[in-house]
Design a protein around this ligand. Structure first.
Ligand SMILES: *Cc1c(COP(=O)(O)O)cnc(C)c1O
Length: 462
């Protein structure tokens, strides 16, 4: 491999390069001696080529394209520790502005709502979940009732809620999916609620199909439930994706703090918030829904600061970039970008329909979900391959299109999903469709010999 290393000591460096590249790098033990940074940089960069390119990863909900200005801001902020509000007061100020802007987008009231940035939706959900548990516990204790058996009622949730339930010792009561019914219904949710329910979690854009759950309907049902039982159960909305979509592309959808029962909302800045990885937000409608007991005041970085977070030190750049996006794009820019994604998704769904092989489960519709398409093989159709085979073949062209089975009760249904994100153009998705079509032809002509059905092959944690 030819590698030019500009240096006054070209010969020494060539020698060094040879010595390093002719031997294996240390992989599991720290080396005894120093190495030339440029050479190590090159070798690591080479290795990273095997990661594939994120733009073709249509499995992830996370942002895979960033403006040049975002790269520059991230670089400027590389040393900013967002927890150190004394050292970096302006980063703290910008975080506060983001909380206000996002709260306002979700119809929170200025001066009432409270919130924080997080590393992503998972941390945001943990914090919201803890606040729900504490509120429930305080209420129970006031009424001299035991707090031994908390449960959380939810629709088909992302894995972070399974973690929350396990780590905080809470029974997770997830509704059962049924064929052609992949989201919560008020009936199913109400059936699972009782006096030990710390709250109901509903998702604005589920992981499995991309659909919005009927949050308003379920609020109404919980109102009736309260009349009948005097149990007043709060809702948290996991708006990991939808929190940055519905306000721009479906502003009439009532899912947020306009609903009395919705007490907290979380989102991922690094999904449709268009921010680099490592950014989430959680907001409570009113300070009173965030129990004081959960807030820690620390003064060892100078100044006194209240914190509610699982991490302590955390990079500040993502917060700055969130602010950049909010200010640069405005409502108009977010709407333009996300609407394009929806349209491109719809086009892909229409193309997939022409193949006459698949039933579209959900097709990129701003009225009912996120810019995604999910589909499964038609039931009455027999093909000599599985969707897993098709995913594998597309992978050879660099595309990551996940195939997965649905949760309990629908585990025999295998589906595929594509997310359309900022940076995916019409032509780019057309290239995908052509590869999909060619892949199907190839698999039909040369059926895979080993027709194994893989289980649980895809991790939704992304
Ligand atoms: C992605 C996602 C999460 C987890 O979010 P991270 O930002 O990856 O931690 C939680 N809930 C839903 C609905 C998601 O889509």
């Amino acid at each position: 491999m030819a590698l030019h290393i500009p240096s006054h000591h070209q010969k020494d460096d060539d020698l060094c390069y040879n010595t390093i590249t002719i031997n294996p790098l240390n992989k599991y033990k720290i080396p005894e001696h120093e190495n030339n940074p440029q050479i190590i940089y090159q070798l690591i960069s080479d290795e990273l080529l095997l990661d594939g390119n994120s733009k073709q990863n249509l499995a992830t909900f996370c942002q895979t394209y960033s403006d040049t200005e975002i790269h520059k801001l991230m670089d400027k902020c590389i040393d900013k520790n967002m927890i150190d509000k004394d050292e970096y007061p302006q980063t703290a100020e910008i975080e506060e502005r983001c909380v206000n802007i996002i709260s306002d987008l979700w119809h929170g009231k200025k001066g009432q709502s409270i919130g924080t940035s997080t590393t992503g939706s998972s941390e945001a959900c943990m914090l919201a979940g803890m606040a729900m548990k504490w509120r429930w516990k305080i209420k129970r204790q006031e009424n001299n009732k035991n707090c031994n058996k908390p449960n959380l009622v939810c629709g088909p949730v992302q894995v972070c809620w399974h973690k929350f339930a396990k780590y905080w010792d809470i029974e997770l009561r997830e509704i059962q999916m049924e064929k052609d019914s992949y989201i919560s219904t008020s009936k199913k949710i109400i059936e699972l609620c009782d006096e030990n329910t710390i709250g109901v979690v509903l998702t604005l854009g589920t992981t499995f199909t991309g659909q919005y759950e009927p949050i308003k309907d379920i609020c109404n049902a919980l109102d009736i439930f309260e009349k009948n039982t005097s149990l007043n159960i709060d809702i948290h909305v996991d708006a990991a994706s939808g929190g940055f979509l519905a306000p721009f592309c479906n502003p009439d959808l009532i899912w947020d703090f306009r609903l009395e029962r919705v007490k907290s909302i979380s989102t991922s800045g690094h999904k449709f918030g268009l921010t680099p990885l490592g950014c989430g937000w959680v907001i409570w409608k009113d300070k009173k829904y965030l129990p004081d007991d959960l807030i820690f005041n620390v003064n060892y970085l100078g100044g006194n600061m209240p914190t509610f977070a699982i991490n302590f030190s955390r990079p500040g750049g993502q917060i700055i970039c969130q602010y950049y996006n909010l200010i640069r794009l405005g409502k108009e820019g977010y709407k333009r970008i996300q609407s394009n994604c929806y349209k491109i998704g719809k086009k892909l769904a229409d193309q997939i329909k022409t193949l006459n092989l698949f039933d579209i489960i959900y097709e990129s519709d701003p009225k009912i979900g996120i810019p995604a398409v999910t589909w499964k093989l038609k039931e009455n159709i027999s093909v000599p391959f599985t969707l897993y085979d098709l995913s594998d073949l597309l992978r050879e062209r660099g595309w990551q299109i996940p195939t997965y089975s649905l949760p309990k009760n629908c585990e025999n249904e295998t589906i595929q999903r594509v997310l359309i994100k900022y940076g995916s153009s019409y032509d780019f998705i057309e290239l995908l469709f052509n590869d999909l079509k060619n892949g199907i032809n190839k698999l039909t002509q040369f059926p895979p010999s080993n027709k194994q059905i893989k289980k649980g092959g895809f991790n939704h944690g992304k």
